[in-house]
Design a binder for this molecule. Structure first.
Ligand SMILES: [Fe+2]
Ligand SMILES: [Fe+2]
Length: 465
């Protein structure tokens, strides 16, 4: 196998012998992992996939039928900016780091490993979904997301191999050893250990959890460590499609549910009731909020000071890139009560990024509610309060209702089945998941998409079975 036929890249892979050797050793392990943990039952099928062959904004994605194990997992970085500078923090305006700054080596490796770990984790979470796809269009989208998460793993492994030497190589190996949901060697972040075994979960995951990825990657895309910035910039172009899949997927479920509501009782007509959709939103939104980390965080202050991890759209959205003299007012729990506290802005940057994410999620909710209105339904979906059902940060260990009011543990336990998916809800959703493999056909619980992929119609043979 010729490594350079298999790994398209724009990082002069053929000229870096050390990196070449490291990746040559890693590649077969990656392929073993893909065959073992990638989409089950479809590895030999032709799927109409886009492949990144270049980073140019026009036509970076090449569409063709590919068998997934033959997908060309490329390593692409946006081109370097001449005279790139550190864009924020204490070293603002100094030349960008082309090597890992020594004092932040461990922290930076942790950031890259944590990001890298989510990529294969989501593939593992989603590996059974193909067997119950609602249409060939959806099946293709699932596999597109899966191969690109595989490529994102490559992107992070490239940084580990290329910039961290031996411990980077060890970390790259471990990325293939952890397994989503495995009690002995779980993935690092909890959202990535949750089962994603039906398509409602999949759409909520790509809507809310992939969207966390967008904000993490955006904050890193302006990193003063230039190879990381350029890597994340390109990953964001692919991530947009993943969020599209979740956003429009949930919108199509809402449309179908609203249509069935006009005909009668949604459940008896084989649809997904809005209450269940709402519970899935509550579940995935709250787990995804945890991914931003603690509300008050000295790590966030250190990363910002070092110029490694900025705010969302740091360059365009802010004029003061030092963030030293400002405070941020946040709500915390103290002595069993909600209180406000002033925190130095740099310590509140996780919360600042989370706030941007929440605003973005609200737009998704507005789109789904427009769909409901279009179909004549008066019910509306909403986001729970960001304090609801949290496992990380200031609100972990406390219990809140959907409006963010502090309530007792007993009260929460009593209401839990109204707010979060129950075993019965999950079983009901699973009971609807019968595969539809015929070209142009679609499952009863979801509406067809408004358009196909890349100008193709919905009834295109997106996967040859
Ligand atoms: Fe990703
Ligand atoms: Fe993604």
């Amino acid at each position: 196998m010729n490594l350079y036929d298999r790994i398209p890249n724009n990082v002069n892979l053929s000229e870096d012998k050390k990196l070449q050797r490291a990746l040559e050793k890693w590649l077969p392990n990656y392929l073993d992992w893909w065959r073992e943990m990638g989409p089950e039952g479809f590895q030999e099928k032709d799927v109409w996939l886009r492949t990144a062959v270049d980073v140019g904004s026009e036509g970076w994605a090449h569409f063709d039928y590919v068998k997934m194990p033959d997908y060309r997992w490329g390593i692409f970085l946006e081109p370097p900016q001449p005279d790139a500078k550190v864009g924020f923090g204490d070293n603002y305006g100094r030349p960008a780091y082309q090597e890992v700054p020594g004092e932040f080596r461990n922290a930076l490796r942790r950031i890259i490993v944590t990001q890298g770990d989510t990529e294969p984790a989501s593939v593992e979470q989603q590996r059974q979904l193909g067997k119950t796809c609602p249409s060939l269009y959806d099946l293709r989208n699932l596999f597109q997301v899966n191969v690109e998460e595989g490529r994102h793993l490559w992107a992070m492994v490239y940084l580990l191999h290329g910039y961290f030497g031996r411990d980077g190589r060890d970390e790259a190996d471990e990325l293939l050893e952890r397994r989503s949901g495995n009690p002995d060697k779980p993935r690092i972040l909890e959202a990535f250990n949750q089962p994603c075994d039906d398509w409602l979960n999949f759409f909520a995951f790509t809507m809310f959890t992939d969207r966390d990825g967008k904000y993490q990657l955006s904050a890193l895309a302006e990193s003063g460590f230039e190879p990381l910035a350029r890597t994340c910039q390109f990953m964001l172009t692919e991530e947009a499609h993943h969020m599209f899949v979740g956003d429009t997927g949930l919108g199509r479920v809402c449309r179908r549910t609203a249509q069935l509501m006009k005909e009668g009782e949604v459940r008896s007509l084989g649809g997904i009731p809005l209450e269940i959709i709402q519970k899935y939103i509550n579940f995935w939104f709250s787990y995804s909020l945890d991914l931003f980390g603690g509300e008050i965080s000295s790590n966030s202050a250190d990363f910002f000071a070092a110029g490694l991890k900025g705010r969302y759209k740091e360059r365009d959205q802010y004029t003061d890139h030092s963030a030293t003299n400002e405070n941020f007012t946040m709500t915390i729990v103290e002595d069993g009560e909600l209180k406000t506290r002033e925190v130095p802005l740099r310590n509140a940057l996780n919360e600042v990024l989370r706030g941007e994410y929440v605003k973005d999620c609200e737009k998704g909710l507005a789109r789904w509610n427009r769909v409901l209105a279009e179909e004549g339904a008066s019910e509306r979906l909403y986001l729970p309060h960001p304090r609801f059902h949290r496992h990380v940060g200031e609100f972990a260990g406390h219990t809140f209702d959907l409006q963010g009011n502090l309530i007792s543990r007993e009260e929460f336990e009593q209401k839990k089945s109204e707010w979060l998916p129950t075993m019965e809800d999950r079983e009901y959703v699973r009971s609807l998941m019968h595969p539809v493999f015929e070209v142009g056909k679609i499952a009863n619980w979801i509406a067809p998409p408004a358009a196909g992929i890349k100008g193709k119609p919905f009834d295109y043979e997106y996967v040859k079975l």
